[in-house]
Write a protein that binds this ligand. Structure first.
Ligand code: NAD
Ligand code: LMR
Length: 323
C-alpha cells in the first residue's frame, strides 16, 4: 500500500478528503492505501470518529487507518504527505494574515517529515498561505528533494475552468490549456492565452471584456466570495483540488498537456529561484513533473506576473526568521 499522511485530518477539508483517498479516487482503482491522520490532541477524539466511519465504509483499497497527535508517528514512512492542518481565514481577513500563526507549524512538520517520511515522499501544502508555508517546510529538508515540496493552486486552476465552462455553456472537460501563475492569493495570474473551449481558442468563443474583467476577478477572489457566502472557507472543492493535484502527479493529466502546480522555481520566466510559484507543469512519469518552459507570454500576463512575484518575495522576507 501507499502510505498517505494527512494533517488536520478531522477538519473540514479532511472530512471530505479522507473518504475519497480511501475509495481510490486519488491513487487509482488498483492502489491500496494506508491513511495516517495527524491532529491536534484536542481534535484526536474527533479524528478517531472519522476513522470509525472510514472503517464502516468497507473500502476495499483501505488497508489501514492510523491516527496520532505525534507528527513523527503520523509522517512515519509516508509516501505522500498532505499538509492541510492549520487555521483557515475568516471574513475580512487576507490569507497572508495567517502567516505568523500558521507559518511556525510548518517548521516542526517540515523537520519531522524530513526525518520520518519515505526518502522520496511527495508533499502538497494546502494550509494557507500555502506557497509560503511550503517554502518554510521545504527549508527544513536535508534529505527529501526540494522538488518534492509543492503547494496547491489546483483549486484556482479548477475555478478558472469552471468559470469558462459555465460561461460557454459546456462541460468542464471541454476546457483545456488554462494556467495559474504565482501565488494562491488575489495577485495570482489566471492565464487563458493558450486555453481552448472544444479545441478553439477561448477568445473566439467568449467576450473579451468579460474575460479581462469579470473572469479574471472572479477567479482571483473566489476564496473570499465563498467565505462570504458560506461563513467558512471552501472545503469540498479544496479537498477535490488536493486530490486532483496528487492524482495527476502520480497518474498523469490524461488528455490535458499540463496543470498548475506551485513548485520551487528554478528561475524560469524570470521567477526568483526557490520561490514556491505556480507554473504550468507537465507530468512526464509517475511522480515526475517538469515546469513547461518556453511559453510566449503576453504583455498583460507579464505585467501582472510582477505583482505576484513581489508579493511572494515580500512573504519570504516576512518569514526569513522561519527559513
Ligand atoms: P479546519 O479548521 O476545518 O480544519 C483544520 C484542522 O487542522 C483542524 O481540525 C485543526 O485541529 C487541525 N490543525 C491545526 N493545527 C494543526 C497542527 N499543527 N497539526 C495538525 N493538525 C492541526 O480548516 P479547513 O477548512 O480544513 O482548512 C485548512 C487549511 O486549508 C486552512 O489554512 C485553509 O485556509 C486552507 N485552504 C487552502 C486552500 C488552497 O487552495 N490552498 C483551499 C481551502 C483551504
Ligand atoms: C480558497 O481559496 O478557497 C482557500 O484558500 C480559502 C481562503 O481563505 O480563501
Amino acid at each position: 500500500p501507499i502510505r498517505v499522511a494527512v494533517t488536520g485530518a478531522a477538519g473540514q477539508i479532511g472530512y471530505s478528503l479522507l473518504f475519497r483517498i480511501a475509495s481510490g479516487e486519488m491513487l487509482g482503482p488498483d492502489q491500496p492505501v494506508i491513511i495516517q491522520g495527524l491532529e491536534l490532541p484536542m481534535a484526536l477524539g474527533a479524528l478517531e470518529g472519522v476513522a470509525m466511519e472510514l472503517t464502516d465504509c468497507g473500502f476495499p483499497l483501505l488497508h489501514g487507518i492510523e491516527t496520532s497527535s505525534n507528527p513523527d508517528e503520523a509522517f512515519g514512512d509516508a509516501d505522500v504527505v498532505m499538509l492541510v492542518g492549520s487555521k483557515p481565514r475568516g471574513p475580512g481577513m487576507l490569507r497572508s494574515d495567517l502567516i505568523r500563526e500558521n507559518g511556525p507549524i510548518f517548521i516542526g512538520q517540515g523537520k519531522s517529515i524530513d526525518a520520518n517520511a519515505a526518502a522520496d515522499a511527495k508533499i502538497i501544502v494546502v494550509g494557507n498561505p500555502c506557497n509560503t508555508n511550503c517554502l518554510i517546510a521545504a527549508a527544513q529538508a536535508k534529505r527529501i528533494p526540494k522538488a518534492n515540496w509543492t503547494a496547491m493552486t489546483r483549486l484556482d486552476h479548477n475555478r478558472a475552468i469552471g468559470q469558462l465552462a459555465q460561461k460557454a455553456g459546456v462541460g468542464a472537460g471541454d476546457i483545456d490549456g488554462v494556467t495559474i501563475w504565482g501565488n494562491h492569493s488575489p495577485t495570482m495570474v489566471p492565464d487563458i492565452d493558450r486555453a481552448t473551449i472544444g479545441g478553439k481558442p477561448v477568445a473566439d468563443t467568449l467576450d473579451a471584456a468579460w474575460l479581462a474583467d469579470e473572469f479574471d476577478g472572479t477567479v482571483r477572489t473566489r476564496g473570499k466570495a465563498i467565505i462570504n457566502a458560506r461563513g467558512k472557507s471552501s472545503a469540498a472543492s479544496a479537498a477535490n483540488a488536493a486530490l486532483d493535484h496528487i492524482h495527476d502527479w502520480f497518474l498523469g493529466t490524461g488528455d490535458s498537456p499540463y496543470v498548475s502546480m506551485a513548485v520551487p522555481s528554478k528561475g524560469d520566466y524570470g521567477i526568483p529561484e526557490g520561490l514556491i510559484f505556480s507554473f504550468p507543469c507537465r507530468i512526464t512519469a509517475p511522480w515526475q513533473y517538469e515546469i513547461v518552459t518556453g511559453l510566449d507570454l503576453s504583455d498583460s500576463v507579464r505585467d501582472k506576473m510582477q505583482g505576484t512575484i513581489d508579493e511572494l518575495v515580500g512573504e519570504r522576507e516576512s518569514v526569513s526568521d522561519l527559513l
